[in-house]
Design a protein around this ligand. Structure first.
Ligand SMILES: Cc1ncc(COP(=O)(O)O)c(C=O)c1O
Length: 433
């Protein structure tokens, strides 16, 4: 058994001054089992007890190259010597904006922010301002950050959502004003019939349809063929802004994110995570016609929006993505891992389905297919968690939450994949009841 004594002691100490002992609810796995980290480098992470893990959480996705990546750190060091903040625009951030516009097919103009939450929040404001409408359509199981506008129907028991013909928006927290439900329509992901019905009835009142390309916060459920294209078509017809939340997929499933992957041009898109390889930078952008209203009666800003460490890290990260075979390598290794996991399940006679993309995937146990959170809720989460606990014991760390994908980074090696598959086979066998 691994020793977690120091993690436990730190948790106790943290809980005296920080709610749950963590600075984001998602990081709390429970009393006595929440690891506290001391170091992360490349594809590895060490906890405070000195246990080493092959890291597949990768900070919930930002680490696309590797933890504490030398070339990124160097650029950050160089730039912060010239000042960390000036509340003035510098050349480097213009270059980052140019790179984003070049890489992401539907992005003609871009503004920066610090987190994915801010990026989607700003995109929603701009969409409302552009259309003069207020209603937002979001899909159950999708997560767009912590602001109140879309922190609804992210993760609730299927019963709470009501009938699929008339879904009930469920707030994901106390403290969210009930009145915001009046500005929201929720639907199951991949529900073509429901989407057509809602657009026919309310299309002229909707400001924006916002979606993750795949459900990166709900088991990696993929869009069924034609679903994203249908959203594009109908939003165009009804003058609705299509916001693609690429906070997880951007600069991860392809250099141009889901837009490149699906050959899709939304009106606006939100980015964060992989953009800065672990340094805080976010962005939202899209059509010039829409983005140009910013500053003309439409507010957007933020003290830290062009923070130098984030901008420098994004510059270095995007430069490496452009120059090196990052995506090719991730896809190859990720595919081998996905195929290997599926093969082990098959050999052990376990019904499952693989979801997501090689750079960001997961699996559901007990179902051959999942199309939306309502389906996913019925899958076998206890066994999933037993496998995760056994993997952690064996030095492999995916997230402890079955909704969260496994993330790959450029620094993971072929040997890491082999070691992971060996541990996975053991864990699947040991976790059987
Ligand atoms: C799809 C998506 N959108 C938005 C966010 C919010 O990003 P942040 O945590 O940087 O605020 C997340 C975070 O996980 C996300 O996965």
């Amino acid at each position: 058994m691994k020793n977690f004594a120091k993690s436990r002691a730190l948790q106790k100490r943290a809980q005296a001054v920080v709610p749950l002992g963590v600075n984001s609810n998602f990081r709390y796995w429970g009393d006595g089992v929440t690891p506290y980290m001391s170091k992360a480098k490349g594809g590895y992470l060490w906890d405070v007890d000195g246990n080493k893990y092959i890291d597949y959480r990768l900070a919930f996705g930002p680490i696309i190259l590797g933890h504490s990546y030398d070339a990124v750190n160097e650029k950050v060091r160089e730039e912060i010597e010239l000042g960390t903040m000036a509340a003035m625009t510098g050349e480097l951030e213009i270059e980052v904006a140019e790179k984003i516009v070049k890489m992401c097919p539907g992005v003609e103009m871009v503004r920066f922010a610090c987190s994915g939450t801010e990026a989607t929040m700003h995109a929603i404001r701009v969409a409302r301002a552009y259309t003069g409408r207020e209603i937002i359509l979001k899909f159950e199981g999708n997560y767009h950050g912590f602001h109140d506008y879309t922190l609804w129907s992210t993760y609730a028991p299927a019963e709470a959502y009501g009938n699929r013909r008339s879904p009930i928006p469920v707030p994901a927290s106390s403290g969210i004003p009930k009145v915001l439900a009046e500005k929201l329509i929720t639907l199951p992901f991949n529900d073509v019939e429901g989407f057509e019905r809602v657009m026919k009835t309310y299309g002229n009142l909707i400001a924006a349809v916002i979606t993750e390309p795949c459900q990166g916060n709900c088991g990696g459920i993929l869009p069924q063929p034609g679903f994203l294209e249908l959203i594009r078509k109908r939003t165009e017809e009804y003058g609705v802004v299509f916001i693609l939340d690429e906070v997880k997929t951007g600069f991860r499933i392809a250099n141009g994110g889901a837009q490149e992957y699906y050959n899709l041009k939304p009106d606006l898109a939100a980015y964060a995570k992989a953009l800065g390889n672990g340094y805080p930078l976010a962005a939202f952008g899209g059509k010039k016609e829409i983005m140009s209203i910013i500053g003309h009666g439409v507010a957007q800003g933020g003290t830290y929006n062009n923070n130098k460490p984030g901008v420098a890290a994004a510059w270095a990260t995007l430069t490496i993505l452009e120059k090196e075979p990052v995506m090719k390598t991730l896809n190859k290794r990720g595919k081998r891992l996905m195929d290997g996991i599926s093969k082990i399940f098959k050999e052990e006679g376990i019904v499952h389905c693989m979801n997501g993309y090689p750079a960001m995937f997961t699996y559901a146990i007990g179902a051959e297919k999942v199309a939306c959170q309502r389906d996913w809720n019925d899958t076998e989460k206890d066994y999933y968690l037993r496998i995760i606990d056994l993997l952690i014991e064996r030095g492999v760390m995916p997230d402890h939450d079955a909704r969260e994908p496994w993330f790959l980074c450029y620094a993971h090696s072929d040997k890491d994949i082999d070691d992971t598959l060996t541990a996975f086979r053991d864990a699947v066998k040991a976790g059987k009841k």
